[in-house]
Design a protein around this ligand. Sequence first.
Ligand SMILES: [Zn+2]
Length: 321
Amino acid sequence: MATVQTVRGPIDTSEMGPTLMHEHVFVLTPEVQSNLPEPWDPDAHVADAVAKLRQLVATGIRTIVDPTVIGLGRDIATVKKINEQVDLNIIVATGIYTYETPPNYFRYRFPPEGGNDPMTDLFVHDITEGIVDTGVKAAFLKCAIDEPGMTAGVERVLRAVAATHRITGAPITVHTHPGTHRGTEVARVFADEGINPGSVVLGHSGDSVDADHLQELADLGFVLGMDRFGIGDETVEAARVNVVIEMCKRGYSSSMVLSHDTSCVLDWLDESARTFVLPKWTYTHIHEEVLPALSAGGVTDDQIDDMLVKNPRRYFEATAR
Ligand SMILES: [Zn+2]
């Protein structure tokens, strides 16, 4: 028996059920929001989030894995309020989301001689003690690398995350940019840190149509996040579906997880523009359109079960303690 922490407390991993491995509730820029003429009002957004997440639950999804961390406006107190009104397991993260440098707060807070990076101390606290005063414990780690590559700041965050993994066992999700093969750079640093790739989701792998590259990463043992369904036009969407079909044909259903990377609010975009440009970027798109398309392409129910149920569970069980 293994347990995993959720917003509502620990659950047995057998209770995770069908799981979307990369969904946000809110993605916000808090310092901007709190200085706008009409500042962000969390209460006004709770009812909308409850309605959207109830629609998700109606598809049969039991668990979402939410990688919203520092840099993306993490607000666990509000997520907790929402979760009180929706019967869904929400697994939350700790970590830092940056493509270049950590937040200035950490700039001159260097690791003491022989000691942990202060970022690691914060991450460990979030996992073992809980996030601020919410009583909610993070169950996994999030970091990022994008087109700028392995900058000094990105590498510092990746190594602080790796150190936290060694201390706590919490698995890791990395935002990657597969078009520039950033997963390969993650593999280099994590190999140096002694991290088992089976505990690492390479997020946004499904942005790539290069099945040979994805196969290389899967052969190293990494979990591939096919996690942006609904972002893009019909051509992009067909490519996302086809690469999953191709990887299943090659025998890699045990190496992939599915998700949308969507959110109730993402303040990087104007809401009405987002709805207009990306109408299918919702929590229910996978069940409404992607799973039928995968089945039509020859993906079996067992392979879908691997991607939605077995692989998420194994990822959280691998290092559960
Ligand atoms: Zn995301």
